[in-house]
Design a protein around this ligand. Sequence first.
Ligand code: UT7
Length: 406
Amino acid sequence: MAANHRTAPRYAHVVGWGMAVPDRVLTNLDLEAIVDTSDTWIRERTGIRERRIAGEDESTASLSFAAARQALEVADVLPSELDMIIVATSTPEHIFPSTASLIQDWLGASTAGAFDLSAACTGFIYALNMAAQAIISGSIDTALVVGAETMSRLLDWEDRTTCILFGDGAGAVVVRGSEMPGGVLSNVLRSDGSGCDLLGVPTVGSRDAAVPDAGLPRDGTRPPMHKMYMNGREVFRFATRVMKDSVLEAVEKAGLTMDDIDWIVPHQANQRIIARAAKNLNLPEERFISNLDRYGNTSAASIPIALCEAVNDGRIQPEQYLVLVGFGGGLTWGAMVLQWGVAGPAEQTAIKRYRREFSYTVARTRSRFSRTLRRLAELLNRSPLGGLYRFFDRLPHDASDQEGSS
Ligand code: UT7
């Protein structure tokens, strides 16, 4: 953990990146057998050809974990070096505990704080900004930021206007403090909650827990519980407007002009939205990183997955300026200017690789051991020996306990 009183300027650089998508591919032709749609309609109206769908054993946490491991590998960072883990997701493993806490446990990142962040498809930009600002302020040194979703679990597979669009996956980055100028240079984060009815998932929460689930007619008066609903046309209009405005604002805040920008890494929702944004910004569409033909819309995972692929195939190079831009439910939107700082994966140290693998193995064992110990303590507490156990448990364990109780 970094000291809070630094004097030299601090920058937050992405030094590791990783992604994970399920093996199962669902093509447009496959979808023709599920809903009244066609490969031609989907390709022409969205640009999507196929998407990945999580298998029974896969989940938001398992995909996050796989992407996180890759990102740590690329950065050659140990789980024990992480100060903060943020998972941006709208499809968390549970309402709580957070998916980030599960990742913290599975990695063995024993000195990291962990929380989930909910800003729908804009979540990764929000999360990366939170981590970067904590690094720039000097309060932490190293963070893991994940965008991950298993949208397929919440899709209404009878609604052709939504189920054809989304896919599952995760992308992760390791962000580190440095005195080298660059990294995250500016941010624009926005929300307009008046658009909360345009897309969402009514599910267990303080409002919806009491709403009966099954047996309601599909009469269009309310969206089905636990299923995504969306007003596609309105979201389309909103997306094209905010993409242009937020990109221009983020670039200006970074003290740059559009001529300085090498790549735009947009949220992957629809190729027509990307084309419209390119036209509005007067940029060639080739300057926008796009892979939605292969993955569809993976919500909070789409930007880190696109970023990861573009770094791995050599399109993104050191010192280039990128703009990440996203939009989605909330409504939320945001953009961020990033100057890329590293030429490729960090030089791997065998000892760190070994210690990472060891950390993952030990983490699983330690976690099981802690749970077993807690259960044993509970059993002992309830047994006839409980009085004796409680007596010893109340004794001060060390000097700090004594200080605290005085
Ligand atoms: O991650 C952020 C959230 N999501 C988005 O950013 C999505 C934003 N919106 C969109 O990408 C587009 O609005 C959609 C792809 C969802 C829809 O495309 P569109 O060009 O706006 O279509 P539309 O809603 O205007 O519908 C045109 C027609 C309709 O038929 P009628 O009323 O003209 O007879 C729809 O019923 O296309 C029909 N349609 C379909 N036809 C075949 C809608 N979905 C399908 C489908 N297959 N899957």
